[in-house]
Ligand binder design. Structure first.
Ligand code: PMP
Length: 294
């Protein structure tokens, strides 16, 4: 992720990653009480473009506000910092990770002061580019009455890590998590879509992270005239599907080959997912001005 030349942004300054330091008495370190983002930058014809930068920093702000973490940063300012960070690290195609973490305080009360760091590194396809073999996790997504499920909170990722480890230990590529009522929810770090009879289905908001890639896929589906239904779906609906895919900033759009012993019947190249994967790859490399005209 970094070497001796890597520069990160920390509280208003660019500093060497291997010289940056933080206090260990932080609620983020001890309780997972912090928020973060995962963003991708792509090389486009006129330079580097941070894809959906505003949406990601808006979500960072919203995540902080939802869990009572003060967020006094300006979204446009953070976007400018991100471009500068990429430049200083000579990065074009890169993954960008902002983290808002708490300054020293060991109580369970809301923090008065927080810090922000932003780092970036080159990161290939997060889940690889082969179709995934999933298993339904024994862990369910956290109940939305226990946490703020729509916020991207550090501590929520213990659930994602447990589900990932379980899936890998069982010999699968990735987990699929249900919500606490047994409806399809999402992956440890990606949203789910599936196809049946030329219609796409995806779990509705409420029990999942509102993915920015999910929103882009919904936009692209509309442009391509693909019908999409959002709702609460049981695993049986997925088992009867023709095809399925995951989507997320890090994973982009990636096909799902099977869920436990159920293999999807449609050849990936003929699926709506493949069409959307191609449309997504094109969209992320279109200069923003072009995207806005579409
Ligand atoms: N669900 C979870 C649990 C995630 O961690 C992610 C990755 N941020 C997603 C869905 C996909 O969200 P996005 O498209 O905004 O990256």
């Amino acid at each position: 992720y970094y070497n001796e030349n890597t520069v990160i942004y920390l509280d208003g300054k660019f500093v060497k990653a291997n010289e940056a330091s933080t206090d260990l008495y932080s609620q983020t370190m001890h309780y997972g009480y912090g928020v973060f983002e995962g963003i991708r930058a792509y090389a486009v014809e006129n330079g580097t473009q941070v894809f959906k930068a505003e949406e990601h920093y808006d979500r960072l702000k919203k995540s902080a506000e939802l869990i009572n973490i003060p967020f006094d940063y300006n979204v446009q300012g953070l976007i400018e910092v991100t471009y500068e960070l990429l430049k200083r690290n000579n990065l074009t195609d890169a993954y960008v990770r902002p983290l808002v973490f708490c300054d020293p305080n060991m109580s369970l009360a809301r923090p008065n002061n927080v810090s922000i760091m932003i780092c970036a590194w080159e990161w290939g396809a997060y889940l690889g580019d082969k179709q995934l073999r999933l298993t339904v996790s024994s862990y369910c997504r956290p109940h939305p009455r226990s946490i703020k499920i729509e916020a991207k909170v550090c501590g929520h990722y213990v659930n994602s890590i447990l589900a990932t480890n379980e899936a890998k230990d069982k010999g699968f590529d990735e987990a699929l998590l249900l919500d606490s009522d047994g409806y399809l929810a999402e992956g440890p770090g990606a949203n789910l879509f599936f196809e049946k009879d030329d219609v796409l289905f995806t779990p509705q908001l409420g029990n999942i992270l509102p993915g920015i890639t999910r929103a882009t896929v919904l936009e692209l589906a509309e442009e391509l005239g693909i019908k999409v239904e959002q709702g609460l779906f049981k695993p049986e609906a997925l088992a009867a599907a023709d095809s399925a895919f995951y989507c997320g900033t890090a994973a982009e759009v990636i096909g799902i080959e099977s869920v436990d012993d159920k293999k999807f019947p449609k050849a990936w190249n003929e699926t709506l997912g493949k069409k959307l994967k191609d449309a997504y790859s094109k969209r992320v490399r279109q200069p923003k001005a072009v995207q806005e005209q579409l």
